[in-house]
Design a binder for this molecule. Structure first.
Ligand code: PLP
Length: 538
C-alpha cells in the first residue's frame, strides 16, 4: 500500500465510523425519528472546530446551528399538532434511565449534541400545545420567541446603557407605555425576575418611603411592629415578603375573602384597627387583581379609600390579571381604581403570552427605586460617563446583572400593536365564557364551582357513579378524591393537562386556564370530552 492508498483507506474507515456513530448512537436508538445528522464532512467535529475557537469554522458553525433550528422548528410543529401528545410521561426513575445526563470528562461531538437537543425536547411537556391548560403561562407566542432567540444571541446584561443601549431604550419606552395604560403620568418601573420579586420591590419601596433611614439604620429605624395586609387568596409571594423582610409571617395579616374570592374591605378595616390598638404600624395593603387559583379581583377603589384613611401604601398584584388592562371591555370593573395604587405588579409572561420570563413592577412616584436600592458600585455606575447616566438602570435593583426580558415583549408588542393585545385578551375571555356555557349545558357531567371573573374556570368532573347523588359535602369529598386520579390518567395518556388544587372552602377541584393563543372552541370541546373519556368510570 502506498501512502495515497493508505490515506484513502483511512478516510474510508473514518467515514464508516462516522456513519456508524450517526446511526447507532444510544440516543438514536431511543428516538428513531431523529434525523438531525450533520453532513459527512462535519459529523466528527467538536466544539473547538467551530467559532469562536476555529476562525475558519463558520461553515460548520452554520450547519450546526441550522440543525439546532430544525430541531426547534420540529418541536414547534408538533406543539401545534392536535394529534400529537402534550407530553410523554415517565416517572423520574425511568426518565433517568432513558436519558444520558452525564457530563463527561471528554466532551462529545456536535453530532451528539444535536441528538441531545432532540432527546431533551422529545420528553419536554409541550406548554404551547392547544391541549395544555395547566398553568397561568401557556402557549408559545412565536414572535416573542423570535425575540428570545435574538436576546440569547445578543447575550448582554441590562445594568448599563454602555453595553445594552438599544434594549435599555426599549425598556424606557415600553415601561412608560405600560404606566400610561395603568393611568399614570410619570412614575418609574423595572423588569424583575418574576412577579414574586416584583411584589418584593413594592414592599421595599413602601418601607423606604415611610422609613427612609431604614436603608442605613436597619431595624432600629422603625419604632414599632410593621404590619402588612392581604387577602387569604393572595399569591404566596406576598407572605414571603414578610418572611424575607423581617416582619415575620405573623405580621402579614390574611384578610378573609367573600365566596367569590374577593377581599372583604370591612374586615380589612377591622383588622387594621385591631393592630393599631396593639400599637403596631400598618403600612402596606396588597390588593390582588386576578387571584392565582380563582381569578378573583379585589375591589381596588374600596381598598384605596381605606389606605388613604390609615396612611398605608396600596400595592396591586396584577401579575395575573394585568393583561386585562389592555381590554376596554374587561378592564372595568375588574381593575377600576388601579391608578390609585402606589405600585402595580404586571406579568406579561402570563395572560399576554410573552415568553418566560417577563415581569414588570411599576411605581406611581419616580425616584423611589433608585433611592431605595442604589449602592453606587464604583466599577459599574461611574458618574463621569460619556452619556446621561440616568439610563444606567442597574442601580435601581437589588440584583447586579439583569437578564434582557424586554426585547421579546417589545417585538411582540410591535407585531400585535396595542389593538392586537386587546383582541387577544378579549378572545381568551370569550373562550372562557364558551367553556362556562358548555359546562352548564352538561350538568350531569360537570359542576361549575363559581362564575369566573377571568380565564380561571373552576369545576368538578362528575363520574357516572355520583351523577345521581345530591350535591353536598359528601359528594364534594368524592369529587376531590377523583381529581388526582383523573389528572394521573391525563398525564399517562399524554393527551391533556389541566391543574387541580384544594382551597380553604373545598377539597380538590380542577382549575382550567385559557391563556394560549392556540386554543379554539374545538379544543375546549376536546378537553371536556377527553375528561369524560378518561374519567367516567372513576
Ligand atoms: C403568578 C403570580 C405571582 C408570581 O409571579 P412569578 O412570576 O411566578 O414569580 C404573583 N402574584 C400573582 C397573583 C400570580 O398569579
Amino acid at each position: 500500500m502506498d501512502n495515497v492508498q493508505m490515506i484513502d483507506t483511512f478516510k474510508a474507515f473514518k467515514d464508516f465510523l462516522c456513519n456508524f456513530a450517526r446511526t447507532h448512537s444510544p440516543t438514536r436508538l431511543m428516538s428513531s425519528e431523529n434525523t438531525y445528522s450533520l453532513s459527512r464532512e462535519h459529523c466528527n467535529l467538536k466544539y473547538s472546530d467551530i467559532l469562536p475557537q476555529n476562525v475558519e469554522g463558520y461553515p460548520a458553525t452554520k450547519e450546526f446551528l441550522m440543525k439546532v433550528v430544525d430541531i426547534l422548528l420540529d418541536f414547534i410543529k408538533s406543539s401545534n399538532d392536535r394529534n400529537a401528545k402534550v407530553l410523554e410521561f415517565h416517572h423520574p426513575h425511568d426518565m433517568t434511565k432513558l436519558l444520558d445526563l452525564d457530563v463527561p470528562d471528554t466532551g462529545v461531538t456536535l453530532q451528539q449534541l444535536l441528538l441531545d437537543c432532540s432527546t431533551t425536547l422529545k420528553y419536554q411537556v409541550k406548554t404551547g400545545h392547544p391541549h395544555f391548560f395547566n398553568q397561568l403561562s401557556c402557549g408559545l407566542d412565536l414572535v416573542s420567541m423570535a425575540g428570545e432567540w435574538l436576546t440569547a444571541t445578543a447575550n448582554t446584561n441590562m445594568f448599563t446603557y454602555e453595553i445594552a443601549p438599544v434594549f435599555i431604550l426599549m425598556e424606557h419606552v415600553l415601561l412608560t407605555k405600560m404606566r400610561e395604560i395603568i393611568g399614570w403620568n410619570g412614575g418609574d418601573s423595572i423588569l424583575a425576575p418574576g412577579g414574586s420579586i416584583s411584589n418584593l420591590y413594592a414592599f421595599l419601596a413602601a418601607r423606604h418611603k415611610m422609613f427612609p433611614t431604614y436603608k442605613e439604620r436597619g431595624l432600629s429605624a422603625i419604632d414599632g411592629q410593621l404590619v402588612m395586609f392581604t387577602s387569604d387568596q393572595c399569591h404566596y409571594s406576598v407572605r414571603s415578603c414578610a418572611a424575607v423582610c423581617g416582619l415575620g409571617t405573623d405580621n402579614c395579616v390574611m384578610v378573609p375573602s367573600d365566596e367569590r374570592g374577593r377581599i372583604i374591605p370591612s374586615k380589612l378595616e377591622e383588622l387594621i384597627l385591631e393592630r393599631k390598638a396593639k400599637g403596631h404600624i400598618p403600612f402596606f395593603v396588597n390588593a390582588t387583581a386576578g387571584t392565582t387559583v380563582i381569578g378573583a379581583f379585589d375591589p381596588i377603589n374600596e381598598l384605596a379609600d381605606i389606605c388613604q384613611k390609615y396612611g398605608c401604601w396600596l400595592h396591586v398584584d396584577a401579575a395575573w390579571g394585568g393583561g386585562l388592562l389592555l381590554s376596554r371591555k374587561y378592564r372595568h370593573p375588574r381593575l377600576s381604581g388601579v391608578e390609585r395604587a402606589d405600585s402595580v405588579t404586571w406579568n406579561p409572561h402570563k395572560l399576554m403570552g410573552a415568553l418566560l420570563q417577563c415581569s414588570t413592577i411599576h411605581f406611581k412616584e419616580d425616584g423611589l427605586l433608585i433611592s431605595c436600592n442604589q449602592m453606587s458600585a464604583e466599577y459599574l455606575f461611574m458618574t463621569d460617563k460619556l452619556y446621561d447616566i440616568k439610563y444606567d438602570t442597574g442601580d435601581k435593583v437589588i440584583q447586579c446583572g439583569r437578564h434582557n426580558d424586554i426585547f421579546k415583549l417589545w417585538l411582540q408588542w410591535r407585531a400585535k400593536g396595542t389593538d392586537g393585545f386587546e383582541k387577544h385578551m378579549d378572545r381568551l375571555m370569550e373562550l372562557s365564557e364558551y367553556m362556562v356555557r358548555r359546562i352548564k349545558q352538561m350538568p350531569d357531567k360537570y359542576y361549575l364551582i363559581l362564575e369566573p371573573e377571568m380565564v380561571n374556570v373552576c369545576f368538578w368532573y362528575l363520574p357516572t357513579r355520583v351523577r345521581n347523588m345530591p350535591h353536598g359535602p359528601e359528594r364534594e369529598k368524592i369529587l376531590g378524591e377523583i381529581c388526582p386520579i383523573l389528572k394521573a390518567r391525563m398525564m399517562q395518556a399524554g393527551t391533556l393537562m389541566v391543574g387541580y388544587q384544594p382551597d380553604d372552602r373545598r377539597p380538590n377541584f380542577f382549575r382550567n386556564i385559557i391563556s394560549s393563543a392556540a386554543v379554539t372552541e374545538q379544543d375546549v370541546d376536546f378537553l371536556l370530552a377527553e375528561l369524560d373519556r378518561l374519567g367516567h368510570d372513576l
